[in-house]
Design a protein around this ligand. Structure first.
Ligand code: DGJ
Length: 722
């Protein structure tokens, strides 16, 4: 719902749960500036948010602008805090005075040109308010678009800039959103590295400027484009918090600033470090989208909103709602050392325990017997894959399995026919060394000819056999931010133009092959973000498949992303990343919290482990609809104790999962209380014990975690007819 209180100069977007308020604030000359005065629990009188502004006026010797919650703060006007926009003008000036011009309201949610975004299926699902601001001197028009979803506490925001003046402008910074909140907050974010992605950290924001980000050309392993602000007293299940997540897969920055007056500002968008963008007369620039979720039910409430939105209105295509196949990927089973015979023997063993899809990973093309060559030469190596992909995929299908294939389309090996033919096709700076990582360079996706080559080469690969799934990998980050197409002074555009090129490629390929299930990957979970999920409904969560490590990784990932987006596989022990040996039962019971699969040589497993896998696969087939689409609730954090627990619940059942990492003598385990079950419902577990929803929430359930390291317990509670 939308109100414009003309006399109060207030825009109010609201639904049953939240209000989002923008206000026009006049200066002495009668110009109006746009403030974001409120985002939170639904207000009765949005004009109450103006009172603080009036009180501040003249209350200090200091510049009053630094207390104002600007919706699009600019540099050099006495605001002093982190800006959202910096515009370099011919005379070297960087500021812009953004005054109100008008507004537009549309039902639904317009798409963002060239960029991924959340969407509506019907116009009554959301309303979009666009407020137009203009810098009088340069005639730069800023269009701030805010969409409020009708039934979710979600506001999305993005910004587009149009140069309507005569002078050439250069955007030195163009962020997506500014969120202003009065008070002091904790900042929660997800940090990590390869094999330990998305670890939860909570820090007081403090009277200072803090930021997280990536300057690697990908959202990265180190930080995720997500942060939440929360009151110090907010917990998993109680209190208020605000999540901000960028629908973007490239360089990003989220900055939180609390000033001496305890006004907090969060600015999120493309990282300004490698970014400059030329805006000639008449040209426009669109920023990525930010998704802001409000919760008054702690972090769980926030996460559940992200899960619902992303599962149903970010992910798209035939696989959005379909049950995902249980797959076996040969990477950790064989690495590069395989041939058709070996692959088929593993596939046969997979079929025998109930696996549904076989995925052939890296090493099937060119001369690729290690990671030193052939990226770009997407031609099957018939010495390893006898008769090519047509024959292998047919043989896999004959076993009763569907078939998937790994590709790494954004890369080029210096030792490849592609590089020998097109040495200018990689990102590079003239006259400088080309930095290799994993013996590979990055294709220059800012170039249209390179984009077209990838679209055609990967389309040929997908058409080369009966291929049902593609794992789209990306195994190194940028070093040189240079594109041959931009050496005319526009190198600062390389990183974002690369992302626009990648999104064009993904849009084209996923449209050409609508029935193929795509999973994105980046050296494990180095590009686990909402931008990729808009094209591919699942992402490989981490190369670390150790069950104990995965508890922390999957728990952290769930802060922003749904279980249906997380690839989770059972691998061999000792684990290849952590060296740890955990029981097959725990490995399976951790992996069932995501898109379940395997990553090991089944021809080498014990009969006992194969039997355990068979049993777990049967159960996964029964419950996967609940784990993928049900409401996910975190119960006990692996970051805070030795026991972790969570639940998935839909109208049919509850899947309760608990894990003890290390045993301690005489450690008493208390019952764990379930959350959010329907009042009056009754449930029966697999052993026939009955429970009421009320008792499960009030007293809890006692998990059977036997006194040994790496114990796990999954209880499936089936709802009885009322
Ligand atoms: C990194 C991925 O995360 C792995 O799963 C595997 O596909 C390798 N790349 C292959 O090079």
């Amino acid at each position: 719902m939308f109100q414009f209180l003309e006399d109060k100069r207030i825009f109010h977007l609201y639904n049953d749960k939240v209000s989002f308020v923008l206000a026009l604030f006049p200066d002495k000359e009668g110009h109006e500036e746009l403030l974001m005065t409120y985002y939170g629990k639904r207000l009765d009188h949005p004009e109450c948010t103006l009172r603080t502004m009036q009180w501040w006026e003249g209350a200090s010797f200091d510049s009053p602008r630094q207390m104002l919650p600007y919706a699009c703060p600019t540099d050099g006007r006495g605001d002093f805090r982190p800006p959202m926009l910096r515009v370099l003008q011919p005379d070297g000036a960087m500021t812009a005075e953004l005054f109100y011009q008008g507004y537009e309201l549309v039902q639904g949610k317009p798409e963002l040109p060239g960029l991924p975004s959340v969407y509506t299926e019907k116009n009554d699902e959301a309303e979009t308010l666009t407020v137009l601001l203009c810098d009088q001197k340069t005639k730069l028009v800023v269009r701030l678009a805010y969409t409020l979803f009708a039934s979710l506490p979600v506001v999305t925001a993005s910004c587009s800039l149009v140069n309507q003046g005569e002078a050439d402008l250069v955007l030195d910074q163009a962020a997506s959103v500014t969120l202003s909140l009065p008070g002091s907050f904790d900042m929660v974010h997800l940090h990590g590295a390869w094999a330990k992605e998305r670890q939860v950290e909570r820090v007081p924001a403090g009277c200072m400027t803090r930021s997280i980000g990536s300057v690697r050309g990908a959202s990265g392993h180190e930080h995720n484009p997500f942060a939440a602000l929360a009151y110090p007293e907010t917990t998993e299940h109680m209190g208020e918090c605000w999540g901000v997540n960028l629908v973007y897969s490239g360089d990003f920055e989220i900055t939180v600033d609390e000033n001496a007056y305890h006004t907090t500002r969060l600015v999120a968008g493309i990282h300004s470090r490698h970014f400059t963008w030329h805006l000639h007369q008449g040209e426009s620039f669109q920023t990525p989208e930010a998704v802001m979720v409000y919760s008054d039910q702690g972090f769980n409430g926030m996460s559940q909103t992200y899960h619902t939105l992303y599962r149903t209105r970010l992910c798209r295509g035939a696989w959005r709602d379909r049950e995902r196949p249980i797959l076996l990927n040969n990477w950790e089973a064989t690495y590069f050392d395989f041939n058709s015979e070996k692959i088929l023997s593993i596939a046969k063993a997979a079929k025998a325990i109930g696996v549904e899809m076989f995925v052939l990973d890296d090493g099937w093309f060119g001369k690729r017997n290690d990671d030193h060559c052939s990226l770009g030469d997407w031609v099957v190596n018939e010495e390893k894959v006898t008769g090519g992909m047509k024959q292998l995929s047919a043989a896999i299908h004959d076993l009763g399995l569907s078939f998937g294939l790994w590709v790494e389309p954004e890369m080029i090996s210096p030792d490849s026919d592609l590089y020998r033919a097109h040495p200018d096709w990689c990102l590079h700076e003239p006259g400088r060394m080309r930095t290799e990582a994993r013996t590979q360079l990055i294709l220059d996706l800012a170039r249209k000819d390179v984009q077209d080559y990838i679209i055609s080469a990967i389309s040929d690969v997908i058409s080369s056999g009966d291929i049902n799934y593609i794992k789209w990998d990306m195994n190194r980050n940028f070093a040189e931010f240079g594109s041959e197409s931009l050496h005319d002074g526009r190198e600062g555009e390389t990183s974002h133009r690369y992302m626009l090129g990648l999104y064009r490629i993904l849009q084209e390929i996923t449209t050409r092959f609508p029935d193929v299930l795509f999973e994105s990957c980046s050296g494990g979970g180095g590009r686990f973000d909402a931008g990729m999920l808009a094209y591919m409904p699942q992402t490989w969560t981490s190369d670390d498949t150790d069950a104990a490590e995965r508890l922390r990784i999957q728990y952290g990932t769930s802060f922003c992303y749904p279980a249906s987006a997380m690839g989770a596989h059972v691998s061999a022990v000792p684990n290849h990343q952590a060296g740890r040996t955990t029981p097959m039962k725990m490995r399976c019971e951790v992996a069932l919290g995501g898109n379940f699969g395997f990553e090991l040589d089944l021809t080498k497993q014990s009969e006992e482990d194969l039997e355990e896998m068979r049993r777990q696969i049967c159960r996964v087939k029964e419950i996967r609809n609940t784990t993928a689409k049900g409401t996910f609730t975190r119960l006990l954090s692996p970051y805070e104790g030795n026991v972790a627990a969570w639940q998935f619940a839909d109208e049919k059942r509850v899947v309760f999962c608990a894990y003890r990492i290390l045993v301690r003598p005489n450690d008493r385990l208390l019952p764990i209380r379930l959350k959010g079950l329907p009042e009056g419902a009754t449930y029966v577990d697999e052993e026939g014990n009955a429970y009421s929803a009320n008792d499960l929430m009030a007293f809890g359930i006692q998990p059977k975690l036997y006194p040994r390291d790496y114990a796990s317990c999954v209880i499936v509670l089936t709802r009885q007819c009322d």
